[in-house]
Write a protein that binds this ligand. Structure first.
Ligand code: COA
Length: 311
């Protein structure tokens, strides 16, 4: 029989709670072979005490405790009230004890009746599927992680006539980039809503380097597209990895080969800096992007699954 677990809700986490949440996530990653929280959730956890972002204010942190400390954690993002999204993780030692169920119920209680609540599972595991489907959630979205070795030659893809590439200048390009990002990702539930604070948070990360943030501009320096790369440091036996972090093209100049040319320019930048493996995340249903990445030699490496339920 499953015990009903009380859940504590917090708008902000204390330093101790932040450490405890990250320890639960690390223990889960060690047991399952996949980290259970996305980058934006980790940023929201790490920066709650003193650096709230606009999108961060829409987040709720949910904590479930056992006798020996934090047993489980859920993060709920309500920046789109009609389509809130969350992630949850239970320490391997405390699984099958009702913590997951309690966290999911607490997340559902935080959102408006009739909203479509998504919960993301990283790695498409059978346990997460059984848990989510048992709670009445259905598999609705799949986010692929695709990879490609950079030790193999990249295709030559020229930039469209009149277009050049320069790198992002922090403090000068911020506003223009945010505007283009919103236009390029108008239909994207998460990416299109990034605010100045979301951008600043990432520019303050140790991995951020303007040289790896490429902007495509026309002769008048009008921004037409961008390719922001990110280098993940080596961990354990996984070597340094370069990510196509965000790639966007102004909808007015779609279908002119700019996406492919910018992709290759960023991958060349990574290869020149000695990175041997590239990866990216893409929604399985984004046919245009998937076709582009397949043409560039990327194959599917892993999948994250979004489960949904109208609550
Ligand atoms: C998925 C997860 C959150 C479940 O947490 P939990 O505290 O163990 O879940 P509960 O104890 O509330 O389980 C409720 C029911 O879900 C089902 N379930 C949970 N884990 C399961 C598993 N590994 N295999 C099969 N069924 C499972 C069972 O029906 C269970 O009821 P029972 O134990 O009485 O049989 C936890 O395994 C976890 O943290 N996994 C890694 C992160 C993750 O995948 N998160 C995304 C979830 S959508």
């Amino acid at each position: 029989m499953t015990t009903v677990r009380p859940v504590r809700r917090a708008d902000r986490l204390t330093g101790e709670e932040i450490a405890a949440v990250l320890a639960v996530a690390d223990a889960s990653a060690a047991a399952d072979g996949v980290f259970p929280l996305a980058e934006d959730t980790v940023l929201a956890v790490r920066h709650t005490p003193d650096e709230p972002t606009e999108s961060g204010a829409a987040r709720a942190h949910l904590l479930s405790f056992a006798e020996d400390g934090l047993a489980g954690y859920a993060c709920l993002d309500r920046s789109d009230p009609a389509a809130p999204a969350g992630e949850l993780v239970v320490h391997p030692r405390h699984r099958r004890g009702g913590h997951g169920t309690a966290l999911l119920a607490a997340a559902a209680a935080e959102v408006a009746a009739g909203a479509t609540l998504s919960v993301w599972a990283h790695g498409d595991g059978a346990g997460a599927r059984a848990f989510a489907e048992g709670a009445g959630f259905a598999r609705a979205r799949v986010l692929w992680q695709m990879r490609r070795p950079l030790t193999e030659p990249l295709p030559e893809v020229p930039l469209p006539a009149g277009v050049t590439v320069r790198h992002f200048r922090p403090g000068f390009d911020d506003e223009l980039w945010l505007r283009l990002n919103a236009r390029a990702f108008a239909d994207h539930p998460e990416q299109g809503r990034w605010t100045e604070a979301d951008l600043r948070l990432r520019m303050a990360e140790p991995w951020f380097e303007p040289e790896g943030f490429l902007l495509a501009v026309d002769v008048g320096d009008t921004l037409m597209g961008f390719h922001w790369t990110k280098v993940h440091p080596a961990t354990g036996d996984v070597p340094r990895m370069g990510e196509i972090y965000v790639l966007g093209v102004d909808p007015d100049v779609h279908q002119r080969g700019l996406g492919a040319a910018l992709s290759v320019a960023g991958l060349q930048h990574l290869a020149l800096h000695g990175v041997q493996q590239a990866m990216l995340y893409v929604d399985e249903s984004n046919a245009a992007a998937v076709a582009l990445y397949r043409r560039l030699g990327f194959t599917v490496f892993a999948a994250d699954v979004g489960y949904q339920k109208i609550v």
